[in-house]
Design a protein around this ligand. Structure first.
Ligand code: ISE
Length: 338
């Protein structure tokens, strides 16, 4: 393929971001069709993509358009399976935003379809693997200079969420990033996970449990403590500290000027996740395009996405049980072994 002619399915916030990104900053690809169940949404996406962009409300029609040779799926997580399976059936490379699926059952259907087709077509949008800071942390850990990782401490904080954000989404939509990136960071796999509910923030006016503490243990014995806190009140604050045998490696914060003013010293905290990882998205989408043009996939595979969904299912179960739940994947199929 000389160029990716992409159909983008789902013209919500991240979909519109990726349209703008692909049309203006990504080499070797263009959006030729957009699709959204809401025609108005699809038309908005087409406006961003530019004149001549085809508008669809049916993802099967968009994906099977003969002018389309690649697919980006940016619908809400619970609606990823349909378009991803349609892209696999059409034999077209597909970038699915995270999560691959909201349940392990849906993720398993995708993995089984890709294996049956015999070709790696699916890449999952876990952009933190492309984040400069996380890659710097991984390089230091992989160097061995600091010894083996033993403990990881993370925060995933945001300053407010949509009204339809649920207790389960703290896992399937938010913590899913740590669920994917941490095993990659420390070269290990999840074994057991537990969710503990502290006192709920009095700002929460619905049934949402927030904050949540997730204790996650790897097969190699590393323990991660993750604070998911989506009403933190001060910004979008992502931290990751890896405690190793001879030292501690911390995720660098985004660089902002330190300001001294009116008897205070301060530095900015990013407002939201789109801005916090804006560069990582560019690197990630370019890597997907570069791989797809060679008939390959990069980043997180459908298997990585499925394992993340299995882990998320166990954490959601623990939100109710309150006890540690095992993460059982059945082992990586040869088709996905790197
Ligand atoms: C959103 O979809 C993301 O991917 C963000 O990284 C995460 O912080 C947020 O909670 C999700 O809704």
């Amino acid at each position: 393929m000389e160029n990716l002619n992409i159909a983008l399915i789902g013209c919500g916030m991240i979909g519109r971001e990726h349209i703008e990104r692909i049309q203006n900053r990504i080499r070797g690809a263009q959006i030729v069709a957009v699709c959204d169940v809401f025609e108005e949404g699809a038309k908005k996406g087409a406006e961003i993509a530019g004149a001549g962009t085809k508008v669809y409300t049916d993802f099967n029609e968009a994906i099977n358009d003969p002018d389309v040779n690649a697919v980006v799926v940016t619908t809400p997580g619970q609606f990823h399976k349909g378009p991803v399976l349609a892209a696999i059936k059409a034999g077209k490379p597909v970038f699915s935003e995270k999560p691959l699926a909201n349940t392990a059952a849906d993720g398993k259907e995708i993995v089984e379809a890709e294996m049956a087709g015999g070709k790696h077509l699916v890449q999952v949008g876990f952009m933190r693997r492309y984040d400069r800071g996380y890659r710097q942390v991984k390089e230091l850990i992989d160097s061995g200079k600091f010894g083996a990782p033993m403990v990881i401490k993370c925060t995933h904080r945001a300053d407010g969420v949509a009204d339809d954000y649920t207790t389960a989404m703290a896992v399937t939509d938010t913590a899913i990033h740590e669920i994917d990136v941490l095993p990659w960071l420390v070269n290990d796999e999840w074994d057991e996970v537990q969710c503990i509910m502290p006192k709920t923030n009095s700002k929460v006016k619905n049934a949402l449990k927030d904050p949540q503490i997730m204790i996650m243990k790897t097969k190699g014995g590393i323990i991660n403590m993750l604070e998911v806190n989506v009403n933190c009140g001060f910004g979008y604050d992502i931290n990751c500290e890896v405690v190793c045998e001879n030292g501690v490696v911390n995720l660098p914060c985004p660089s902002f000027p330190t300001v001294r003013y009116a008897n205070e010293v301060s530095t900015k905290i990013e407002d939201n996740w789109i801005l916090r990882f804006i560069d990582s998205y560019d690197v990630e989408i370019q890597d997907w395009v570069d791989h797809a043009l060679k008939g390959e996939t990069g980043g997180s595979s459908a298997w990585d996405g499925y394992v993340a969904s299995i882990t998320a299912d166990a954490l959601v179960k623990s939100q109710t049980s309150g006890v540690p739940e095992k993460v059982v994947t059945g082992g990586t199929p040869n088709f996905y072994k790197k």
